[in-house]
Design a protein around this ligand. Structure first.
Ligand code: NAI
Length: 312
C-alpha cells in the first residue's frame, strides 16, 4: 500500500493509559501542537480526545486532539511517544515486564516505522533501556532518533529528596541521574549542585547515600500506595517533547544508544545528552566517582543480560 506523507507536524502518543493520557493533558495545557492518541482498547483514545478537547475549549487552546485505534492515524507525526505496554504491579521490578513488553515494543515499532518513518521516537514503556534498544533495532531508524525517558523522572525524585534535606527551594537544585532506569539507577552527587555550589558543601556522605538509596526505591512506594506513577513521568516526557519541538538543544538525562561513550558499546542506557529538533544531538561524557561508576556498570550489566535473553 502506498502511504501518503503529510507535512503536518503532530505529536502522537501510543498508549492512552495513565501515563499517555496525563502527558496529553500537559501538552494541551502548554498549547504545543496537535495530538493523536492511539490505543488497542476500543473507544478509549477517542474518549480521552473528547475529554481533552473539552478542556482545550475552555482554555481557548486550538490544538487538534484525535483518538484512534488505527496506527495509520500517526502518519505525519514529528514526535511519537510510546507508553504502550504493561505497567508493573506492587512487588514487581521493571525487568519483570521484559517478555510481554518486548512483544508489544516490536509490534508498535513496526507500525511507527511504517506510518511515521521521519519521526523522533521517544520511548517510555518499561523496562526502558531494553525497549529503547528493541525500538532502535526494529525501526532501523538512525540512533539519534530513538531515545527514552527515564532519567528525567529519576532526577525529579532525587531533587525532591535533596530539597527535603536541604530545606532550600526545589528550583535552586540541579541534579543528575544516569544509568539504568531500574534497580541500578545512578544518581550522580558529583554533578549535583545547589545553584552551582557542589552538593557536598551542604550534605554529608551519609545523607547523600540515603538520598541515592531513596531515589532508587521510591517508585515502588508510589506504586504500592496508588497503583502507578504518572504525573512525574508525564512531566519528564513533556520536558523532552518541548526540547525537541522548540529545538531547545536542552542538556537532559535520557536513554540513548552508546558507541564507546562511557566505555560502553551496543546498548541503550541513560546518559546526559543534548536534545533538539533532530533528536539526540550529542552525548556528554563525565568522569564518575568510584561509587557512581560501579553503579553505572552494574546497570550496564543488567541491561546487557536482559538484551541477550530476548529475541529481536
Ligand atoms: P496503563 O496500563 O495505564 O496504560 C498502558 C496502555 O497501553 C493501555 O491503555 C494499553 O491498552 C495500551 N497498549 C498496550 N498494548 C498496546 C499496543 N500494542 N498498542 C497501543 N496501545 C497499547 O500503563 P501506564 O501506567 O500508563 O504505564 C505505561 C508504561 O510506561 C508501562 O510499561 C510502565 O512501566 C511505563 N512507565 C515508564 C516510566 C519511565 O520513567 N520510563 C514511568 C512510568 C511508567
Amino acid at each position: 500500500m502506498q502511504i501518503e506523507e503529510t507535512t503536518d507536524q503532530m505529536i502522537s502518543i501510543v498508549g492512552s493509559g495513565r501515563v499517555g493520557s496525563t502527558l496529553a493533558m500537559i501538552l494541551v495545557q502548554r498549547n504545543i501542537d496537535d495530538i493523536t492518541l492511539v490505543d488497542v482498547i476500543p473507544k478509549l483514545p477517542e474518549g480521552e480526545a473528547l475529554d481533552l478537547s473539552h478542556m482545550a475549549a475552555e482554555l481557548g487552546v486550538d490544538v487538534k486532539i484525535k483518538g484512534s485505534n488505527d496506527y495509520s492515524d500517526i502518519r505525519g507525526s514529528d514526535i511519537v511517544v510510546v507508553t504502550a505496554g504493561l505497567a508493573r504491579k506492587p512487588d514487581m521490578t521493571r525487568m519483570d515486564l521484559l517478555t510481554k513488553n518486548t512483544g508489544i515494543a516490536k509490534a508498535v515499532s513496526n507500525e511507527v516505522a511504517k506510518y511515521a518513518p521521519d519521526s523522533k521516537l521517544l520511548w517510555v514503556a518499561n523496562p526502558l533501556d531494553v525497549l529503547v534498544y528493541v525500538a532502535l533495532k526494529t525501526t532501523g531508524f538512525k540512533k539519534g532518533k530513538v531515545f527514552g525517558m527515564g532519567g528525567m523522572l529519576d532526577v525529579s525524585r532525587f531533587k525532591e529528596f535533596l530539597a527535603d534535606y536541604l530545606q532550600i527551594s526545589r528550583s535552586s537544585i540541579s541534579a543528575l541521574v544516569i544509568g539504568e532506569h531500574g534497580e541500578s539507577m545512578t544518581p550522580v552527587p558529583s554533578y549535583t549542585s545547589v545553584y552551582g555550589i557542589p552538593i557536598k558543601n551542604f550534605l554529608t556522605e551519609q545523607q547523600l547515600d540515603e538520598a541515592v538509596d531513596k531515589t532508587r526505591k521510591v517508585a515502588a512506594e508510589v506504586i504500592a500506595k496508588k497503583g502507578a506513577t504518572f504525573y512525574a513521568p508525564a512531566n519528564g516526557i513533556a520536558r523532552m517533547v518541548e526540547a525537541i519541538h522548540y529545538d531547545k538543544k536542552a542538556l537532559l538525562p535520557l536513554c540513548t544508544y552508546l558507541e564507546g561513550e562511557y566505555g560502553v558499546s551496543g546498548l541503550c542506557i541513560g546518559v546526559p545528552a543534548v536534545l533538539g529538533k533532530d533528536g539526540v544531538e550529542r552525548i556528554v561524557e563525565l568522569k564518575l566517582s568510584e561509587k557512581e561508576r560501579q553503579s553505572f556498570d552494574k546497570g550496564v550489566a543488567n541491561v546487557k543480560e536482559a538484551i541477550s535473553s530476548i529475541q529481536i
